[in-house]
Ligand binder design. Sequence first.
Ligand code: GLA
Length: 384
Amino acid sequence: MTTEAFQRTFGFTPEGEWAAPGRVNLIGEHTDYNDGFVMPFALPHTTRATVARRDDGLLRLHSSDDPTGAVTALRLADLAPGRVTGWTAYPAGVLWALREAGHHVGGADIHYDSTVPTGAGLSSSAALEVVTALALSDLYELGLERGPLARLCQRAENDFVGAPTGIMDQTASACCAEGHALHLDTRDLTQRQIPFDLAAAGLRLLVVDTRVKHAHSDGAYGDRRRGCEAGAAALGVPALRDIPYDELDAALRRLEAGGTGEEVRRLVRHIVTENRRVTRVAALLEAGDPRAVGPLLTEGHASLRDDFRVSCAELDLVVDTALDAGALGARMTGGGFGGSAIVLAENASTDKVTEAITAAFTTKGWTAPRVFTATPGAGARRIG
Ligand code: GLA
């Protein structure tokens, strides 16, 4: 499919085809820029790239999902932060980051198509970055390991595109394994693949895409990040990861005594409690007790809503309605202010939960959300 589209667009045969998935984060939200823990898994939805090298320093990009149908041509020599806008900034940023890191990469023709929903908080941009980096690493024989590859993609997003995100999404897309959730320590990037087979336990994880993305989300992300850094600085630690759960109360008292405002204290409380929730969820899954994960998801949502304040009316409605309809647990996932929520439910109650959510949105006069069952897929790979 993508090979044919490449041929139609560029008039010759590509050298290969690669795929990288979107992700859902099970637990560990906003912890990745605090050196903390996260636990995403890959979706079966992928962004695919068919690629051929060029030797004239040109990067030409085309996507089936771009309604303009345009081929964007960029000179590698001209790539610089802020110069490229729109979706092509992500792959262009990857080329830029690879070259900045001293890798010998020349030009390329790339055709993309994707089944990762965009604007849904499911990391379609990380999938786009990672598939590009993997294809170029293979074709130009850079031999990049998955961890450093994810770091380069994060650099593309932070420094080229200009979004101050953490390392979770790129690592999830690059490193997840089918049937597993990925426990990642974002400080030293050590990973643990945790078996995550909900179907075998008679459970399902629903992803509910609210189809809203509130306009202030980018600025609010940066605000939360700066607030966390201020909290760590006031506590004299390199990152909030360094505050153990059993020292949280003492840390909050110290902050209050030192004049740190309530807003920052709440951010600190979310990060410290969220890191503990990741550890507890990992332990429950490893002990074969996935039902007990439910209440921790719901606790995580309350913390994101009340302490970190990154939820919104649509996400709260999904969570409250799902719980009322008998779900085991639910929470927003990803950065927040729209995007998707996840719902853990018994197989037998998923229809009821889905119907209740759809009805609740209809009552509000909101566009119906998109609901699907998420199964843990594979990380980025060559497919052709
Ligand atoms: C976005 C960012 C991630 C992470 C999440 C919140 O998805 O890209 O790095 O910070 O928000 O957990």
